[in-house]
Ligand binder design. Structure first.
Ligand SMILES: Cc1ncc(COP(=O)(O)O)c(C=O)c1O
Length: 365
């Protein structure tokens, strides 16, 4: 029996998704940057993206970029989050490009790059309303002007981000405002800006529908490559696999028990007070994995079972009509949050799998 808990990672399905999206996006003049934080920059997976023809790879953690460089992966590595002041040295050493929104940080990058006799490239991040990172539209011009004075820094692009914090959708109107800004900056500064990076997997529907991508020539994709869906509605993208990852946990107890706890009740181990509907006696199974291993709310059992609760090391299921016994394995699908947590958890085994038969139909939800 394979070890538990484990996540199975189907490299062929990831390759199929990456290649399909790359070909589709290229028809619209868009290059893909592969965002690999969802798989904790696992080199075997990153290699699949590079082998699919994706030339730039991004991660929010400089330690992940260091890991990929040390694994001798060949790509342009982009730090997806504005660098922390405490990591400037590593950023200049390992990242080819970093995304930035603070002058003070870029000044520190410039000083470090000068010391190392390197040119550090940056993408200037613009705020389009999602209200996470980014320079307000009115400040972009003066920001670029200041950056141009700094030695050993090259502005390689302008970027923006959507639907990560505020859930703001990259509409046709938002994207055209972004493109107008880029056009103005190109004209004003006479710079080529090779990366005009207009967003992430939330941009999929905009890209498929728009007649004009404007100045945008790059999108940074994580979830659509790995889970095969766009992120505004969570809808599957046609012809992509949505099941490249599966999670497995082992039954450690299975009994008929009441559905409502017995006795006076206070808060549980997580400080929550939960109410339980009375379903009488139910068939309950416990699997040996919990909240310290994975984001339980991001798991969906692939059999007709229901997750009714969890603690640090246990998930409790109502198994309905299914008879389970200790040692049985339960398979789950994962959302992006569950994927992130499984991939970063040292107690979850990572298993690479391959499917030579590409059965697209099975992947559609
Ligand atoms: C700045 C930035 N760009 C791109 C992405 C990729 O987003 P998605 O996984 O939705 O494609 C993320 C999130 O991981 C991000 O923070």
């Amino acid at each position: 029996m394979a070890p538990n808990p484990r996540i199975e990672i189907n490299l062929d399905k990831i390759k199929h998704n990456a290649t399909t999206l790359k070909e589709l996006y290229e028809l619209k003049g868009i290059q893909i940057t592969g965002v690999v934080k969802g798989v904790f920059a696992r080199p075997e997976v990153v290699k699949v993206l590079i082998d699919s023809g994706i030339e730039s790879i991004a991660d929010s953690k400089i330690s992940n970029i260091e890991k990929m460089k040390k694994a001798n992966l060949q790509a342009t590595f982009i730090l997806l989050r504005t660098p922390a002041m405490s990591e400037i040295q590593k950023v200049v050493e390992f990242a080819d490009i970093s995304m930035n929104s603070e002058l003070e940080v870029i000044r520190a990058l410039s000083a470090e790059a000068k010391k190392k006799k390197k040119i550090h490239q940056i993408i200037v991040m613009v705020e389009m309303g999602d209200l996470r990172e980014g320079i307000l539209l009115k400040d972009v011009s003066s920001f670029i002007q200041e950056v141009l004075l700094l030695p050993n820094i090259q502005i390689s692009g302008i970027g923006t981000n959507f639907a990560c914090f505020g859930g703001v959708i990259p509409t046709e109107e938002k994207m055209s405002v972004f493109s107008s800004l880029v056009k103005k900056m190109k004209r004003k500064f006479g710079l080529p800006f090779p990366y005009i990076s207009g967003g992430n997997s939330a941009n999929h529907n905009w890209l498929m529908k728009t007649a004009d991508v404007g100045e945008v020539n790059n999108l940074r994709l994580g979830e659509s490559i790995f889970l095969g869906c766009e992120t505004v509605n969570g809808a599957p993208i046609p012809n992509l696999f949505t099941d490249a990852f599966s999670f497995f946990a082992e039954v450690i107890e299975s009994k008929l028990k009441p559905s409502v706890p017995i006795g006076y009740r206070g808060k549980n181990a997580f400080g929550e007070f939960i109410s339980f509907p009375d379903r009488g006696i139910i068939r309950r199974a416990i699997v040996g994995v919990g909240r310290q291993d994975i984001l339980v709310s991001g798991l969906t059992p692939l059999q007709p079972l229901e997750i009714i609760g969890s603690s640090s090391d246990h998930i409790i299921l109502d198994t309905k009509r299914t008879f389970l016994k200790p040692g049985d394995e339960i398979a789950f699908s994962l959302n992006y949050g569950a994927l992130l947590s499984a991939m970063t958890s040292p107690s979850v085994y990572k298993y690479m799998t391959f499917s030579t038969v590409v059965n697209r139909g099975s992947a559609r939800k």
